[in-house]
Design a protein around this ligand. Structure first.
Ligand SMILES: C[S@@+](CC[C@H](N)C(=O)[O-])C[C@H]1O[C@@H](n2cnc3c(N)ncnc32)[C@H](O)[C@@H]1O
Length: 378
């Protein structure tokens, strides 16, 4: 963090992150003491990792664990944009190396960071110079939460591996929830697949997806939240859908001319019927996320396919049909279907022909493969 350390970092030859580790270490040891060489080498490697993950954060210092746990800048920016209109100072009670904290500071908010680990707290202070950062415990923060918006992004890493048990998070999920609930407003970051029984009653939950990747469930409580609302958020497509939207009528329909495959944020948020209503579509089966409709509708929250065939599943029948019609399965998707796509691809073998997508599922108790052609809006 020293001016000397930063000057050394800036003096390294461009592209040195591409060197192999031995080459990099030899280069650094030629000019620096072993401890300094190790520290500089680590920052070079972590900068390259941050750049590959999200384009990097110029001038930031990382730890491997801090980088791993850091909120993606686009997700953090959305959280900050939602907090900004509250006009409250933001206290990030588990600030890590500063991902969320930095986004709040960039949004012009007064920011306070609390972090248990001393080295991580130092890096947060260095990475987000506009914030006040203290080393401390999220459960005993050195401030009155009644006047702030609080963020808690609990650590999900145990000493050995990532944990899926919310009570094993640090801080434990139930204590984190009551802590944020005592603030004027606040948000907790949870894994996207968190069991609904852990969600506090009255919370608003956003299921946030970036590209094809589910990032988190953001659990909002307090001021300016809509209790009980669930929202699907696709950041890359700039699309949202929530549980207050109209639902398609109950009941199912057989596969029609078009089939739709909702994005994960929609299925995790339990909004398949709302999406069906928006598309003018129906469910194929009450227990499956695929939808069908008479018109090719395009929506960032689903993939659209023209239905080519609907095949009651058996390997031999599927292979024969694909070979006869010269359909090459370029993509295999599945919902409520027992065979992994890679295994199914192996069983089918190589087929030359027009690229199609196989949508493998179970409809009315019958394993079924829908052959579709992916349509994209021009
Ligand atoms: C998932 S990381 C936060 C990442 C952060 N949101 C970001 O974007 O960089 C969780 C952090 O909480 C810290 N932590 C865990 N328990 C804590 C506690 N009781 N009080 C304060 N910090 C804590 C961990 O040391 C870790 O740095």
């Amino acid at each position: 963090m020293s001016a000397r350390g930063r000057a050394h970092l800036a003096s390294l030859p461009p592209g040195c992150e591409g060197f192999d580790p031995v080459q990099l270490s030899t280069l650094l040891r030629r000019s620096f003491a072993p401890g300094e060489a190790a520290a500089l080498g680590e920052q070079v490697v972590l900068h390259a990792r941050a750049t590959a993950r999200f384009g990097g954060e110029a001038g930031w210092l990382f730890t491997a664990e801090g980088l791993e746990m850091m909120t993606h800048p686009l997700v953090a920016a959305r959280r900050a944009a939602r907090l900004a209109p509250l006009g409250l100072p933001v206290a990030d009670l588990t600030c890590g190396i500063g991902g969320d904290l930095g986004a709040c500071a960039d949004a012009g908010l007064r920011t306070i960071g609390v972090e248990r680990d001393p080295v991580t707290a130092l890096l947060a202070a260095s990475n987000v110079p506009g914030a006040s950062v203290v080393q401390g415990d999220a459960l005993r923060p050195p401030l009155d939460l009644a006047g702030v918006a609080a963020i808690i992004d609990p650590s999900r890493r145990g000493r050995l591996a990532r944990t899926f048990d919310p009570m094993a998070f640090a801080p434990p999920w139930d204590l984190a929830v009551s802590q944020v609930a005592s603030a004027r407003a606040g948000v907790l970051k949870a894994p996207p697949g968190i069991d609904r029984r852990y969600l506090p009653p009255g919370a608003e939950v956003e299921y946030v997806q970036l590209g094809r990747s589910m990032r988190e469930a953001s659990v909002w409580v307090g001021a300016e939240t809509s209790p009980g609302l669930r929202r699907a958020v696709l950041l890359s497509g700039n699309a949202t859908l929530d549980s207050a939207s109209p639902e398609a009528p109950a009941g199912t329909a057989p596969a029609g001319p078009f089939v739709f495959d909702p994005e994960s944020c929609v299925t995790l948020a339990g909004l398949v019927r709302q999406l069906a209503s928006r598309l003018g579509a129906r469910l194929l089966d009450e227990r499956v996320g695929y939808l069908t409709g008479p018109v090719a509708v395009f929506d960032p929250l689903c993939a659209t396919f023209a239905t080519l065939d609907v095949i009651p599943f058996s390997i031999s029948r599927l292979k024969e049909r694909l070979r006869n019609l010269r359909w090459a399965p370029a993509e295999i998707r599945r919902r409520a279907f027992p065979i992994e796509p890679d295994e199914l691809r192996r069983l089918i073998g190589r087929i030359e022909g027009d690229a199609v997508t196989l949508l493998c599922t179970t409809l009315n108790g019958q394993k079924t493969v829908i052959v579709g052609r992916r349509l994209v809006q021009r």
